[in-house]
Each structure stands twice: as C-alpha cells, then as structure tokens.
Ligand binder design. Structure first.
Ligand code: SF4
Length: 105
C-alpha cells in the first residue's frame, strides 16, 4: 500500500546521477536503448537520444546495467552538475522605518 508521500519529483527520487555519452566512442549499437528504454531512444540512424539524462532511483540498476553492457564503453553515469539555485522571490514589503526619537532629556 502506498503512503501517498514522495520525496522526489514526479519522475522519481533523484540519484544525483546523469547519463552521458562519449560521442567519439558511440557506434550506435543501440543496446543502451534496449536496456534503458525509459531514458534512451534511438534516432533513425540507431544512435541514442536521451529522453532524460537524470537517472531516478528506481532506474539506477537498469542504468548501471546499460553502462556495463555498452560495447564501446561510450555510456557513462556521472554526478549531475550542480543546478543553479532558484532566485529568491522579490520582496515587495516596504522597508520598515523606525521613527526618530525626539525625546529631549
Ligand atoms: S550501447 Fe553504447 S555504443 Fe551502443 S548506442 Fe548505446 S552508447 Fe552507443
């Protein structure tokens, strides 16, 4: 039974890992798309096209299997580059002013 709670995105909990391809090695064998169709398609010439590079937790074992099976050692898993932090929302509140004290002693 599901608890209905999730700590990840709608596509799964992030592992912080991305798929990368060394295009100088890839021969278009297409094995990666067979082993990881959730993340990789093949173009009309048989070369991989990423549906998404980020690997969610539930696909990590499949991604590792695809990396290990790549006959050209072209597919890799790498730590995701840090994503830029979102800009803070602008504050529309007026600065607060403290009334000057005119107390005479
Ligand atoms: S299995 Fe490796 S060589 Fe084959 S298409 Fe995928 S990345 Fe390229």
């Amino acid at each position: 039974m599901s608890t209905g709670t999730s700590t990840g995105t709608s596509t799964g909990t992030s592992t912080g890992m991305d798929l990368q391809i060394d295009w100088t090695r890839c021969d278009g064998h297409g094995l990666c798309a067979l082993l990881l169709p959730e993340s990789i398609w093949l173009d009309d010439r048989g070369f991989p096209v990423f549906r998404r590079r980020e690997v969610p937790e539930h696909l990590l074992p499949h991604a590792r299997r695809a990396v290990a099976a790549c006959p050209a050692l072209a597919l890799r898993l790498e730590r995701s580059a840090p994503r830029p932090a979102p800009h803070p929302a602008p504050s529309h509140t007026a600065p607060s002013h403290t009334a000057p004290s005119h107390t005479v002693r």
